[in-house]
Design a protein around this ligand. Structure first.
Ligand code: NAD
Ligand code: MG
Length: 326
């Protein structure tokens, strides 16, 4: 019996590796002789298998496995010695940013929910494989004290903080719009997406010097709200607004504040929080005709963290597959 289980596990691992390699090979299938890469075919654009997961979702259970740049991101020493903190860094966009920051030479602390331990362990490994220090901080960002502890522990471990990436987020689609949106959910979405950003930023500021950067993860939903994501979209509009006001107030201190607004990106956030039929066609309504992969977000977070963007503050940069933000 034990033998059988082991064989099944091995088969599953082989299968997972095949899926991962299929995705990687797709990435390698670029560029053409002219050095150009067709953005429509850089990743698969066919329908996804119908799939769901319990919240919060895990990387290993996704089919296909998202690409976080494990095989493709090449660092160029742009963040040597920087101390960074990424909320929700265990998976999805946060993991892609963690890989990129570590390969650029930064130490990376990140938060995650306790039930995401498996994803967190893989992210730690990826950061350490890049030769950087990793600090994994499990807990619930809806709690102000935890947010304060996260900053205190990062500063204590790394002896400072240069870049804060407010990336963790909660969404849950409601089928009938406001009729089945509960006060409990409304509260959770605002606590996770907006209050945590406020608490973390406030706690981080005393440790940030001129040259430091804050990067918030917004969404195209902040501009084009879906009726099934009323609460979530409102938090993303609030994040845009706070990005603008914080950039105004922190500019005179030499601290830049920006946001990245992703379109549909293939991460563990989606299968547990959207109807299965939406997951099948996820991203196909973009001009590029496919969902984005977390790896395609990383370069923008690197740009906004480094001196190369020294005159960019108060901006929201869209990474949307062609959908406009305005
Ligand atoms: P993800 O599920 O991989 O990451 C979100 C993370 O948020 C989780 O891993 C979890 O650790 C964290 N989180 C959620 N609730 C938390 C809580 N109460 N306490 C602590 N941590 C908590 O998914 P992702 O898509 O990479 O999401 C990252 C950000 O990107 C989110 O802000 C999301 O709103 C935003 N975004 C995603 C998409 C998309 O299509 N995937 C599109 C636009 C914006
Ligand atoms: Mg996760």
């Amino acid at each position: 019996m034990a033998e059988e289980t082991r064989n099944e596990d091995t088969e599953q691992t082989d299968l997972d590796e095949d899926i991962a390699m299929a995705l990687v090979n797709h990435v390698i299938n670029t560029p053409d002789d002219s050095g150009e890469t067709d953005p429509r075919t850089k990743y698969p654009s066919e329908k996804f298998e119908p799939q769901t997961q319990d919240y919060p979702g895990w990387t290993e259970a996704m089919n296909p496995r998202p690409d976080h740049g494990e095989q493709s991101y090449v660092g160029h020493h742009r963040m040597m010695g920087m101390r960074t903190l990424i909320t929700g860094g265990d998976s999805g966009i946060g993991r892609a940013v963690a890989i990129a920051y570590a390969r650029e030479g930064a130490d990376v602390a990140f938060t995650y929910l306790p039930e995401e331990e498996q994803d967190a362990e893989q992210t730690v490994q990826l950061i350490e494989d890049a030769g950087s220090r990793a600090l994994a901080l499990p807990g619930d960002l809806q709690d102000e004290e935890f947010c304060q502890e996260v900053i205190a522990q990062t500063v204590a471990e790394f002896d400072g903080l240069n870049v804060l990436v407010n990336n963790a987020g909660f969404q849950m689609a409601t089928s009938e719009g406001i009729e089945d949106l509960t006060s409990e959910q409304f509260d959770r979405t605002f606590k996770t997406n907006v209050y945590a950003l406020f608490w973390l930023t406030k706690a981080a500021l005393p440790h940030m010097k001129p040259g430091a950067a804050i990067i918030n993860t917004s969404s195209i939903q902040g501009y084009h709200p879906s009726p099934s994501l009323i609460d979530y979209a409102a938090t993303k509009a609030a994040i845009n607004s706070m990005t603008f006001s914080l950039a105004e107030s922190l500019g005179p201190k030499g601290i830049r504040v920006n946001a990245v607004a992703p379109g549909p990106v293939w991460t563990p956030l989606q299968p547990p929080t959207q109807p299965a039929e939406k997951i099948e066609r996820f991203g196909q309504d973009t001009p590029l005709g496919r969902a984005g992969q977390p790896a395609e977000l990383a370069a923008t977070y690197v740009l906004l963290a480094t001196e190369e963007s020294s005159y960019i503050s108060g901006s929201v940069i869209g990474v949307t597959g062609g959908k406009h933000l305005a």
